[in-house]
Design a protein around this ligand. Structure first.
Ligand SMILES: [Mn+2]
Length: 359
């Protein structure tokens, strides 16, 4: 029996809302979901498990229609869905009266319910969120009833406010496989038994690494997972990179080096750069041209100017205590505090202009 496990699609979300590529991210979420459906068809999967937060917020009828259309393109695959905290079932939810395609089962109840598919001798269990939080560790309290069929558990949660999970308890609950959602990073909690598929597309700059879907197989004979593979699908990754500079590094050199790093990995990805090391105090790093050309979410410049102190003292002998002791008691405290800060603290990407050391 072959299954595909996805979760946290967050259809309708607009990641990086303040960035020029935001709309493309919204489209990527939809497009990657379409490709996940296509993959389900190509794999001839018996089951498509969707472990919550398929939608970023309460879906409208038109959202349901779009997604349902995609499910009609895989009529031979049974689709089982639960709601997560984001798309939780509410009194006014359009999903309550929505007519899904015949191959779709939405386990909408707040308590555990199941659906049994005779052809594959498989029963899928799960419950949907009806509230934003569920503090009760509901997933730790269930046991698969018997071994006469394959039992699969669909769950959403794993933090204190969203169904805390005890992986050891879950591992011995008798399920062939536990398909989890809510944590956006893919992770296998117990080998061949419990896993988060993660979100098919990364949704936030902290969601680094590969994102995709899980493809698994369960032996009808033993009821054990015989194969569990992660298939990367995301159009883009969030990639954090450190760039080291020296007093010999010029702005042009730095720009070219960052460009090379981006082109090496792919310009579709979204980058965060951290600039570290000692820089020439005469050099200002101005990377605006890069920010305009590539998907750069953030540049944090932590480089510090390497001053030639002996030369500085010779030119401004009366000033040296202000460099070493910016808080020293001598009028204009506030001003000097600011200068001290400029020497020590990382600057935001928008604040490239170095403050003058000697006014
Ligand atoms: Mn969630």
């Amino acid at each position: 029996m072959k299954f595909i496990h996805i979760a946290d699609v967050h259809w309708g979300m607009a990641p990086d809302g303040d960035k020029p590529w935001c709309r493309q991210r919204t489209q990527a979420i939809r497009h990657t979901f379409e490709r996940a459906i296509e993959e389900t068809r190509n794999q001839k999967a018996d089951l498509l498990l969707i472990a919550g937060d398929l939608f970023h917020r309460q879906p409208l009828v038109r959202d349901l229609k779009e997604v349902n259309y995609l499910f009609t393109t895989i009529p031979d695959t049974k689709v089982v869905i639960i709601a997560g905290n984001h798309d939780r079932i509410q009194k006014s939810s359009a999903v309550l009266s929505f007519q899904w395609a015949p191959n779709v089962t939405y386990l909408m109840d707040e308590e555990f319910t199941s659906v049994y598919f005779e052809e594959i001798n498989t029963e899928v269990w799960g419950f949907s969120y009806h509230t934003a939080e569920i503090r009760e560790p509901k997933l730790n309290q269930v046991q698969a009833p018997g071994k006469d069929r394959i039992h699969i558990l669909l769950g959403h949660g794993g933090d204190a406010g969203h169904v805390p999970i005890d992986r050891a308890a879950l591992a011995v609950a008798g399920f062939s496989y536990v398909a989890l959602g809510h944590i956006h990073k893919p992770e296998v909690l117990v080998e061949n038994r419990i896993a988060y598929s993660g979100s098919p597309e990364p949704l936030d700059k902290t969601e680094t690494g590969k994102h995709g879907i899980i493809i698994g197989e369960i032996s009808n004979l033993t009821g054990n997972v015989t194969s569990l593979k992660f298939l990367p699908m995301a159009e883009a990754q969030y990639i954090p990179l450190n760039v080291n500079v020296t007093p010999a590094t010029t702005n042009t050199e730095l720009t070219l080096r960052i460009t090379q790093e981006i082109l090496k990995r792919g310009s579709q990805h979204i980058y965060r750069f951290r600039i570290r090391g000692m820089r020439d105090p005469d050099i200002e790093f101005d990377l605006e041209s890069l920010v305009n050309r590539y998907r750069i979410a953030e540049i944090v410049d932590e480089s510090e100017p390497r001053y030639d102190f002996s030369r500085l003292f010779a030119e401004h002998p009366q000033r040296h205590d202000r460099i070493f002791h910016p808080g020293a008691a001598e009028g204009r405290d506030e001003r000097r505090g600011e200068e001290g800060a400029a020497l020590r603290h990382p600057r935001a990407a928008s604040d490239y202009r170095r403050k003058e050391l000697t006014p």
